[in-house]
Ligand binder design. Structure first.
Ligand SMILES: *Cc1c(COP(=O)(O)O)cnc(C)c1O
Length: 363
């Protein structure tokens, strides 16, 4: 009898055999500034009411399959007009997978300006599409001419814009994005994962374009553990996406928790302003440290380039040794050369970061 390994090697699609799984480093009990999560737990004042809501659920029953109750709360809270349909995903990662499997496949291209969120490329390749990344300009702005050239050349089934972009933190120029949207026949997904921090949305323009859908997530605004992503737009697109989504893709606990959280949105929203203020303060302090370059940000994180001694790898590991995790994006001779991505934490965590970096860069 041949071994499990032999059989797996024979049957697993060859493109996966040499691939590596999405790796999330276990950083242990440290100050977590590496995943763009909210540093704030749910306030105690609403926790009991939330638990009471969960206690009413009948977990012996399947969830509300299209999550209609949650959809209504989302529609009301975010002001999504009735003319648009909504799809709830298990995180926006699942929404990305739904879109890329619906429009992708052999001979099809998925496109995004790069560097950007890696899941777009991973999902594109998972469903056998070609991924084309169009390099951003020097200051991480959209290169409109190059992007439109690439659109003409590859005729992409789908273009992803992370708006603001991750890991660069900036918000692409709205007009630049609209030029690309107008030049594209395929779908454009505007990913507003960090929209709560930029205070910008494409929702007001959505009705003007037959090829745009918007994606949001609760992950960056205090609910990363729920895994709740939202896709909305013209029913012509959304009806098809619902066919691709697995039934019961979002569990009852997440649906109820998300609805509860959005009904109490003001409790979470007060953190956004605090984090924006903290971000600006933190960036200013780090900018003052010699050997660090800080990039502008409209999100709850920012990009930091280590231009001085002891170099990016040593800075990253010294921070970790000192109990602070940030994400290392360093790839030599790429636009992210010597770059770390830093999520904004609580005030005391940000102070700890500034102190640690000051010590590391001056010793
Ligand atoms: C974090 C992130 C997501 C993933 O969100 P989940 O809902 O947690 O899957 C999507 N898009 C961008 C740009 C992100 O940074």
């Amino acid at each position: 009898m041949s071994s499990a390994e032999d059989r797996a090697n024979r049957w697993i699609r060859p493109e996966f055999l040499d691939a590596t799984a999405y790796h999330v480093a276990d950083v242990g009990d440290v100050i977590k500034l590496d995943a763009n999560e909210s540093p704030y737990e749910w306030p105690r004042e609403i926790k009991q009411a939330w638990l009471d809501r969960l206690a009413e659920l009948e977990l012996n029953r399947y969830p509300d399959a299209p999550a209609s109750a949650l959809q209504s709360v989302i529609r009301k809270t975010w002001g999504i007009p009735e003319q648009f349909d909504i799809l709830i995903g298990n995180g926006s990662d699942e929404c990305i997978a739904v879109v890329t499997s619906a429009v992708g496949g052999p001979g099809r291209t998925i496109m995004a300006p790069t560097p950007t969120f890696v899941v777009y490329q991973n999902a594109a390749e998972l469903f056998n599409s070609k991924f084309v990344g169009v390099p951003l300009s020097e200051n991480f702005e959209l290169d409109v001419a190059a992007t439109i050239d690439a659109v003409r050349q590859h005729n992409p089934a789908c273009v992803f814009f992370a708006w603001p972009n991750n890991p660069t933190g900036n918000l692409f120029d709205r007009d630049a994005m609209e030029e690309v949207i107008a030049a594209t026949d395929g779908l454009v997904v505007v990913d507003e994962a960090y929209g709560a921090f930029s205070n910008q949305s494409f929702l007001g323009q959505l009705h003007q374009y037959p090829n745009v859908v918007i994606m949001r997530t609760l992950s960056k605004i205090g609910m990363a553990g729920l895994r709740l992503g939202v896709l909305f737009g013209d029913p012509a697109w959304l009806t098809q996406f619902h066919k691709v989504r697995m039934p019961y893709n979002v569990n009852s606990l997440s649906q109820a928790s998300a609805a509860f959280a959005l009904e109490n949105e003001s409790v979470f929203a007060r953190n956004f302003a605090i984090l924006n203020t903290e971000r600006d303060m933190l960036m200013q302090r780090l900018h003052a440290i010699e050997g660090l370059e800080v990039f502008p940000s409209d999100a709850n994180f920012f990009l930091l380039r280590v231009t001085g001694e002891p170099g990016v790898a040593a800075v990253h590991s010294a921070l970790l040794l000192g109990g602070i995790a940030v994400k290392n994006f360093h790839r030599p001779a790429t636009p992210l050369d010597s770059c770390l991505r830093v999520s904004v934490g609580k005030p005391e965590e940000n102070v700890a970061l500034v102190e640690a970096l000051t010590t590391i860069m001056t010793s």
